[in-house]
Design a protein around this ligand. Structure first.
Ligand SMILES: [Fe+2]
Ligand SMILES: [Fe+2]
Length: 205
């Protein structure tokens, strides 16, 4: 297990300890410990996939930075940062990634687009995802605190090939939304089309 004690690449104007302290204030205890586990899982997946470890650490820690912000905060941020007005028709599960990335940029000073995209797309995925985006998408899904039917298969597929994990999670998430009659964010369908048919034969069984 590799861990990161501090940052040297100037991707964020904070030490890791300072960032962790900010997250401890922004999040309740359960979510704070979740983001620490996502960070570690992201670092491990980054190492296995040749991805920058500091980016994995920062994106893992920051992915849920905005999760506990009020709806009013998100609605104001959509206007302030000129995001698509249609976003106002959605809610926290979508906002904390897509809008949350803007809050991470402007409040924490992270301007690296790869890190911001990993935060933006950590819930919905995207048709095109960099390796860092895939790492964070999967780390959020399989971190050691996760315990749902299928998580072991998700872990195995992810360790075999990151893209298989992405396809598996995307399929399971869409199945869940359909089963519950939930609205489906358009990007989720694009994620499905880009990742699931391609790997369908390898993610079942
Ligand atoms: Fe999240
Ligand atoms: Fe998360």
């Amino acid at each position: 297990m590799t861990s990161i004690s501090d940052y040297s690449e100037q991707l964020i104007p904070l030490t890791r300890d300072e960032l962790v302290a900010k997250l401890k204030i922004a999040l309740d205890s359960n979510r704070f410990h979740h983001v620490l586990r996502v960070e570690q899982t992201a670092i491990d997946l980054a190492k296995a996939n040749g991805v920058d470890l500091e980016k994995a650490s920062i994106a893992g820690l920051c992915h849920d930075y905005a999760k506990q912000r009020s709806d009013a905060d998100f609605l104001a941020a959509i206007d302030r940062y000129g995001l698509a007005p249609d976003l106002k028709n959605w809610a926290n599960p979508i906002w904390h990634g897509v809008v949350g990335a803007e809050l991470v940029k402007h409040e924490l000073g992270v301007w690296d687009e790869d890190i911001l995209n990993a935060i933006r797309h950590h819930t919905t995925g995207d048709a095109t995802m960099s390796l860092l985006e895939q790492v964070v998408y999967m780390a959020d899904y399989i971190e050691p605190g996760r315990d749902f039917p299928g998580v072991e298969q998700a872990r195995q597929l992810t360790h075999k090939l990151l893209a298989l994990g992405v396809a598996y999670q995307t399929k399971r998430t869409l199945e869940y939304l359909l089963d519950h009659g939930s609205p489906i964010y358009p990007a989720t369908i694009l994620t499905y089309n880009a990742w699931v048919p391609k790997y369908e034969g390898e993610i079942n069984g």
